[in-house]
Design a protein. Structure first.
Length: 232
């Protein structure tokens, strides 16, 4: 039987989902409140992990160790790196990587974690395809694509940084948690997918666009997640 861990970095990314679930227990671990229960008739654990890669990695490990989740969905918002992704559109991960990992001096590629043997953490193909179909069903007017999530502990708001993430990594969206969740899920052999609604263009307008569009973007992600979990 599936037990799905649903992670959002901020309250607005998970509040709607928590408000609609039947909660059986709330456990606080490492300062994070894990809401266990059911949503759309499916066993879930929903949690706000906090912002940044360390919080995201800790949360993923807790979901594995203490809750024995069978799948992980990371929902949230991101800045677009792809000209085909406008504000309000949705990206479903094909893979994710750490854009701020740099050990090139020892022969690794930019973004590659030493001793892993690869740079990109692939999302579960079945979950990604189910997520794409779920989005088309519940958000029919929204553009959705499969693409690459690049993560680092910085909010991208400069054109020069944006262009680097595109040229170095062929990234489609930039945010601050996805690669760590992907990394943790991979190590624990848990299938995962990352869902990102675009809240800004990760450029010089990002600080203005993000507060304006983040709530609407999160609402679209929540609708997608509710449909997706029924299919997993």
């Amino acid at each position: 039987m599936s037990k799905i861990g649903i992670i959002g970095a901020m309250d607005l990314e998970v509040d709607q989902l928590k408000s609609e679930m039947a909660v059986s227990e709330i456990r606080t671990v490492a300062g994070m409140d894990f809401y266990e229960g059911s949503l759309e008739g499916v066993s879930v654990v929903i949690v706000r992990c906090g912002i940044g890669k360390v919080n995201a990695a800790l949360c993923t490990q807790i979901l594995s160790d203490l809750f024995q989740v069978t799948h992980i969905i990371n929902t949230g918002v991101a800045g677009s790196l792809n000209a085909k992704l406008d504000i309000g559109d949705i990206l479903i991960s094909k893979d994710a990587l750490h854009h701020d990992m740099d050990v090139r001096i020892f022969g690794y590629r930019l973004g590659e974690v030493p001793q892993m043997g690869f740079r990109e953490f692939p999302a579960d193909e079945r979950m990604a395809e189910l997520a794409r179909k779920a989005c088309e069903k519940v958000n029919p007017d929204i553009n959705v694509i499969l693409g690459r999530v690049v993560s680092g502990d910085q909010f991208i708001s400069e054109n020069s940084v944006k262009e680097k993430l595109i040229s170095e990594f062929q990234g489609d969206c930039a945010e601050m948690e996805g690669a760590s969740i992907a990394h943790g899920a991979y190590l624990n052999k848990i299938p995962f997918v990352i869902i990102r609604a675009i809240s800004d263009k990760a450029d010089n307008s990002a600080t203005m666009d993000y507060p304006t569009f983040e709530r609407e973007a999160a609402k679209h992600s929540a609708a997608l997640v509710k449909e997706l979990i029924k299919e997993i």
